[in-house]
Design a protein around this ligand. Structure first.
Ligand code: MRU
Length: 345
């Protein structure tokens, strides 16, 4: 089945988002003709995953460009307010606004922005393919890999980052079994990664998050591979809550812990992960239990959407620019200044 998390429809002049809240039971789409629709889809996790959020926001600016400069600035502010952790969002908006500034008077702004957004989408797929080729070399010919959350085609322009490496390994004839953490509370592993890998015919096993340690102790995992939402210059990695626990377990059991992410996920303006803003989401996500049951309001819940894994626990970071290993000094790899948009809006 052919699916795209984010797709631009030229004929209808609209953005088509696969509604990931409905997966795996239903395949439904959200048709966005204005920036508010895109912003809500990002906030509500209809579209999610760091690169996909950035791409959706880029197209959101196309929809919000409306002719006047003030409208574009308003659209950018709205999109920036949706989610704080994935740097791809800020990077993509910064890049779109820079393009807007460079458009000469009399030239169609919306057309130029559409070209830029399509470029961001295509480059993301290309980066994932390159990461796949580089990263698959780290995996043995026959292996079992554990992943967390969804860092696949659904989280990106296509192919995926962590799941892209797994796909590339199979394309090269490697035999890869995949274990997936269900990833409480939103279940991106159980609902999304399992769906897209099963669509591709992978041997997939879903486990509860609390089972990863037992699996490693039984020597059933050869590598852990995850995506990222923001990577600081020193190699600290923000990713879905639970990633840090996995990295600690991997170290204890001598299992390599790999992170795969495009350069748009690196934030070289940050010295370390301490400065990464961690999104805290509604407690309802934790309160809701299977079977429609609910943790009562008198009981407190805590719901950070991400955690930071210290660089010391990361065996290697796979990007389209190459594979990095400790000591990480990613600043030297080139500038990626997500704060650029501050100057413009
Ligand atoms: O809250 P989400 O579903 O947007 O979180 C997504 C993740 O944490 C992914 O692992 C990360 O964005 C990498 S996607 C290639």
């Amino acid at each position: 089945m052919e699916y795209h998390a984010v797709r631009w429809d030229d004929e209808e002049d609209m953005l088509v988002l696969l509604d990931q809240r409905e997966l795996p039971s239903g395949v439904e789409h959200i048709l966005c003709r204005d920036v508010e629709c895109v912003a809500r889809a990002i906030e509500d996790l209809a579209v999610r995953g760091a690169p996909a959020i950035g791409i959706a926001a880029a197209f959101g600016l196309v929809l919000g460009s409306g002719g006047k400069e003030s409208e574009l600035s308003h659209a950018a502010r709205r999109l920036i307010s949706t989610r704080p952790t994935a740097v791809n969002l800020f990077w993509a908006i910064g890049r779109m606004l820079e393009r807007a500034l460079a458009v000469p008077e009399g030239v169609d702004l919306k057309k130029e922005l559409l070209e830029e957004a399509k470029g961001i989408l295509e480059e993301d797929i290309a980066a994932n393919r390159t990461m796949g080729i580089l990263g698959q070399a780290l995996l043995p010919e026959k292996c079992s890999v554990l992943s967390h959350c969804n860092a696949g085609a659904l989280a990106t322009g296509g192919f995926g980052t962590a799941l892209g490496v797994i796909r590339a390994a199979r394309e090269r004839g490697k035999e890869v079994k995949v274990f997936l953490d269900e990833t409480r509370p939103i279940l991106q592993g159980a609902r999304l990664s399992s769906w897209e890998l099963a669509e591709d015919g992978f041997d997939v096993t879903v486990i509860c998050d609390s089972m990863a340690g037992a699996l490693m102790r039984e020597r059933k995992i050869d590598a852990v591979i995850v995506g990222a939402d923001r990577i600081a210059s020193n190699g600290d990695v923000a990713n879905k809550i639970g990633t840090y626990s996995l990295a600690v377990l991997a170290k204890e059991h001598w299992v390599p812990f790999y992170v795969a992410a495009p350069w748009s996920t690196f934030d070289t303006s940050l010295a370390s992960g301490e400065d990464i803003i961690i999104e805290e989401r509604s407690g309802e996500e934790v309160r809701l239990l299977p079977g429609g049951k609910r943790i009562p309001d008198r009981i407190k819940v805590w719901n950070p959407a991400f955690d930071v894994t210290p660089a010391a626990l990361v065996t290697a970071i796979i990007s389209e620019k190459g594979i990095f290993r400790a000591p990480y000094d990613l600043k030297d790899m080139g500038e990626n200044d997500p704060e650029g948009q501050d100057v413009i809006i």
